[in-house]
Design a protein around this ligand. Structure first.
Ligand code: GLN
Length: 472
């Protein structure tokens, strides 16, 4: 299915296609290409068919035609809870866990007329950048099988990239929406921290976790954001702060600041060339581009990995064999139950993070590690702030390279952290950021151009995504 969500809604409203037909197309593609790419952990055939039939009845009766996602099949990353299906987080720990409630973002999409067709594969608990750390096996990249689809929202990016669904939800802590979007040649948007409720998202690093959409067009991202954004009494950080979703005035001219350091090594020359080509088109279209220095580099990466691990070590303490999911068998003491349940059910990468985070927070080390990392986080936010005094948007590549091969980091897993070099700064600062595919023309590999805006200017960032989409 190559239609966008926007086109599907229009066709359903005009009754040129039934929701059942749309859902059938999506399910067929999921059963074929989806299975081959291992994009889904759970599919919801029966439920989605029943819901499609129901919406078709409503459409026939003229009920609820104005629902913004009327009849749109959507996929949801499997760390976002849906009461009618298991939520595994890609982990043995939660392999059989059925959540008792549905995430606010999913509730809003369903109320808007979307149909949930399945839950997508991910790196365990959202930790990883390659789609290889799932208990349910690796996801393949729809562009080329041997490539990594990126991570951790690997299945959502593959599902959108391969045309199984026009729209999917992912989560982005340090880049998990944007980087897989870049690798799978689709659009991915990380909203301002606090713009979208995290209620029902399995917590990884709560000060940075955000839910956001992946789609093939900027307009679909915007449609999704309008549906999922807003305050929620279940998540104290979710507030109604977004400016009104209006289109920029015809012929609006913007000031873009391109980060000089992001076009130099370790960023590959071919990635830098794609971003420069995109900037040249913006200039030709009458926008202004200036070069700025934002030297957060390695500091931001180290700060992110430390803060994320520290928060993860606390958030994942709840998986102890008592309250959720996996419990080791034949244990003699309570301590042995904790140790073996966690030891047996959590993967290596998750354990690495918990160890690192616990160490960083332990007495005597807090100043040296955690407090230094939060200071670096402050600096990154301040550096962005000073750039935004002169520019409307910051531009850099989404990832330092084209998609790498699966297995490339098998020997040295922490080397993979460098894949997040350019996505973590916006995460640390809580800023909205979009990845727009720009590179796969002329048989090249996918490259995403990242546009970062000021807090709460999410719709303006998506306006730029639209401008870039039109200039490709
Ligand atoms: N790849 C990063 C990490 O492993 C980001 C993950 C994410 O955003 N969920 O921490």
């Amino acid at each position: 299915m190559n239609d966008s969500a926007t086109q599907i809604v229009q066709q359903v409203r005009e009754r040129t296609i039934s929701v059942s037909e749309v859902v059938e197309q999506s399910l067929t593609r999921i059963a074929g290409e989806g299975a081959r790419l291992n994009a889904f952990i759970t599919t919801c055939e029966e439920l989605s068919r029943r819901r499609a039939w129901q919406i078709d009845q409503e459409v026939a009766a003229g009920i609820g035609l104005d629902r913004p996602l009327l009849g749109v099949p959507v996929a949801v990353k499997d760390n976002i809870c849906v009461a009618s299906a298991p939520t595994t987080c890609g982990s043995q720990m939660l392999a059989d866990w059925m959540p008792p409630y549905t995430a606010m973002t999913v509730r809003r999409m369903l109320a808007a007329g979307a149909i949930l067709v399945g839950k997508t594969n991910l790196d365990e608990f959202g930790m990883g950048s390659s789609g290889e750390y799932s208990r349910f096996g690796p996801t393949l990249n729809p562009v080329q099988d041997e490539l990594s689809p990126g991570g951790s929202s690997s299945g959502s990016a593959a599902a959108v990239g391969a045309g199984m669904v026009p729209l999917a939800l992912g989560s982005d802590t340090g880049g998990s929406i944007r980087q897989p979007a870049s690798f799978c040649d689709v659009m991915g948007f990380r909203p301002t921290y606090g713009a979208v409720s995290r209620y029902g998202l399995a917590a990884f690093a709560s000060s940075m976790d955000q839910v956001g959409p992946l789609a093939r067009t900027a307009n679909d991202l915007r449609l999704a954001l309008e549906v999922i954004a807003g305050s929620d009494e279940n998540d104290m950080t979710a507030v109604a702060g977004l400016e009104a979703p209006q289109r920029a005035a015809e012929g609006a001219r913007y000031e873009f600041a391109v980060v000089k350091e992001s076009l130099e090594a370790p960023v590959t020359e071919s990635v830098a060339a794609v971003v420069k080509a995109a900037l040249a088109r913006l200039v030709a279209a009458g926008h202004r581009v200036e070069e700025v220095s934002l030297p957060f580099g390695e500091d931001a990466l180290a700060a992110y990995y430390l803060i994320a691990a520290a928060e993860a070590s606390s958030n994942l303490a709840r998986y102890d064999g008592v309250r959720y999911g996996y419990r080791a068998e034949r244990v003699e003491t309570l301590l042995e139950m904790y140790e073996r349940s966690r030891g047996e059910a959590l993967g290596d990468e998750v354990k690495r993070r918990i160890l690192l985070g616990t160490h960083a927070l332990s007495a005597g080390y807090v100043d040296e590690f955690y407090n230094r990392a939060t200071a670096a986080r402050q600096r990154a936010a301040e550096q962005f702030r000073s750039v935004f005094e002169q520019a409307d948007f910051v531009v850099m590549p989404t990832a330092p390279s084209e998609p790498f091969r699966r297995g490339e980091y098998a020997e040295d897993p922490s080397a993979m952290y460098a894949a997040d070099l350019l996505t973590v700064p916006a995460s640390l600062a809580g800023l909205p950021a979009v990845s727009v595919p720009f590179g796969s023309r002329d048989e090249n590999l996918p490259v995403g151009v990242q546009v970062i805006g000021q807090r709460w200017e999410d719709y303006r960032v998506l306006e730029v995504a639209q401008i870039l989409e039109d200039l490709r």
